[in-house]
Design a protein around this ligand. Structure first.
Ligand code: MSP
Length: 473
């Protein structure tokens, strides 16, 4: 049965170019979107860039460029990178888009008129890197554990958002899986955090940040960047900010992200939606964090890996494969160039690529005709679907590579290149070719171009040798 499927990535800050972390999230979302489109699900896949706030303002200033020009450039980098990686997003939202600005203003004004946003004063600590308010408990010696920088103390007149009044409602939504969090261990962490800390009202406007969306009823203030950033999930669907005009694709079926921004997505975001009287997202999937050689990726360490470098070395599908196979369900992934090289050679060059080449070569050489069927292994399909639908990407690939391994073993055992009798050779090769066609179908969401190539090659009566899929490194 065809369903609605709305999937989002976080909108990425444009203070730096895309790196392996944002690339990972975006590839996973793309795999899910492509997977759902195969079932004719009415799919909408949204990604984009988060362009306002103190952090971007500061970065642009350091570079001596106007923020708008700076964000235009960086936002384009994201667009282009996703295009090269064959990311199939249906829209790319920028928070500097005119529609996003207008709709956000309308929504915020609604919250103001209903008393959910009210005038007050904020005094406390703030981390510009996170663009988040902090309590002493969040900090280590006054420093942000994520960015290592000292949190700034802030005291200013501002508008406040009544987050506290949504605490109980949100807890209930989380506990009953009305907003489901996967993996469940993350759900437990969040629930105990909210129970322990109780949600307090937050400042939702800034007077000294110019680079932001003006509050329409008091233009001295700009909106706190997260307040409007969240609304991208609605404005990206074309929403105009009117609570009576909810887009048909809303609510999101899943928001994908890493653990760094789960807390805000399970507190501020549902509270905004409840305040607006809109539905909350159905699910949040939290993947792990990437470390490079056991260390956090950072410009100062100089270990940031860019998607361009990966594509140059492993190709587009090679990059998609290596990243989607780099971490077990919800776990962190420790990556390195050495590991990538080894895995590329083992799984793609010597694994899938070599198998496809050997089998097609022998079939052509012996002039063997085959009759293969698409999707003939129902059990494999079922297991695979279960993995994907539970966000077990590496595990789904493991299932496919188990088939490849079995095919390699069958080849070695029966050594068809040594056989003389064409009937015998066919008996060995046909089931292997069938397996190749089966797994190519399943690889479509992960490696769209290579999978299509294999399918075109193997879905023929007379299979012919093709070009090398994954040249050895
Ligand atoms: N702009 C906010 C999100 C607003 S959504 C309404 C933001 N942007 S971000 O550029 O910092 O992106 C954070 C996200 O990027 C993470 O949640 C994750 O999806 C991805 N990653 C960034 N670094 C990562 C790793 N090192 N490893 C894995 N993913 C990480 O937060």
């Amino acid at each position: 049965m065809s369903r609605k499927y709305y999937i989002t990535t976080p909108i990425y800050y444009v203070n730096a170019k895309p790196h392996i972390g944002s690339t990972y999230t975006t590839i996973l979302a793309d795999i899910l979107a492509r997977y759902h489109r195969q079932f004719d699900d009415k799919t909408f896949f949204l990604t984009g860039t988060d362009e306002h706030g103190a952090k971007i303002e500061k970065t642009a200033e350091e570079k001596g460029i106007e923020p708008k020009q700076f964000t235009d450039e960086l936002s384009n980098e994201f667009k282009n990178t996703w295009k090269s990686l064959n990311i199939s997003n249906d829209n790319f939202i920028r928070t500097t888009d005119e529609n996003h600005i207008k709709a956000s203003q309308k929504a915020l004004e609604y919250l103001y008129k209903t008393g959910i946003i009210y005038k007050g004063e904020y005094e406390g600590l703030y981390c510009v890197g996170c663009e988040q308010y902090k309590t002493e408990k969040d900090l280590v010696d006054g420093h942000c554990s994520e960015h290592g920088t000292k949190a700034q103390s802030m005291k200013e007149e501002c508008y406040m958002f009544k987050l506290s009044s949504f605490s109980d409602q949100i807890l209930k939504l989380l506990k009953t899986d009305k907003i489901k969090i996967s993996p469940s261990q993350r759900k437990n962490e969040i629930i105990s955090f909210i129970e322990k800390n109780k949600l307090t009202d937050i400042s939702c406007s800034r007077k000294n940040v110019k680079w932001g969306i003006r509050l329409p009823w008091d233009t001295e203030h700009t909106a706190y960047v997260w307040m409007e950033a969240f609304l991208n999930y609605l404005t990206g669907l074309g929403w105009d900010g009117d609570v009576k005009n909810t887009p048909k694709m809303w609510p999101a079926d899943v928001h994908i992200m890493a653990k760094d921004i789960l807390r805000v997505h399970t507190t501020i975001w549902p509270a905004i939606l409840l305040g607006l009287g809109l539905k909350t997202p159905k699910e949040i999937f939290v993947h792990g964090y990437f470390l490079v050689d056991g260390q956090k990726m950072s410009k100062s360490i100089g270990n940031v890996i860019s998607p361009e470098e990966l594509m140059a070395k492993y190709g587009v599908d090679g990059t998609r494969y290596l990243l989607s196979a780099a971490a077990a369900y919800g776990n962190d992934g420790d990556i390195s160039w050495k590991k990538f090289d080894e895995k590329y050679n083992a799984d793609l060059a010597n694994g899938l690529g070599n198998l496809v080449a050997r089998v097609s070569n022998l079939l052509e050489k012996n002039n063997i005709e085959t009759k293969l069927k698409i999707n003939s292994d129902k059990k494999l399909i079922k297991n695979y679907q279960e993995k994907i639908e539970n966000y077990q990407f590496m595990e789904a690939l493991d299932l496919i590579w188990a088939v490849i391994k079995k095919c390699d073993e069958d080849m070695t055992k029966s050594a068809p290149w040594k056989l003389e009798d064409v009937k015998q050779i066919k008996k060995v090769l046909e089931p292997i070719a069938q397996n190749i066609l089966n797994i190519a179908e399943l690889l479509k969401p992960f490696m769209p171009v290579s999978a299509e190539k294999i399918i075109t090659q193997f879905n023929q009566l007379q299979i012919k040798k093709g070009e090398s899929l994954f040249p050895r490194i």
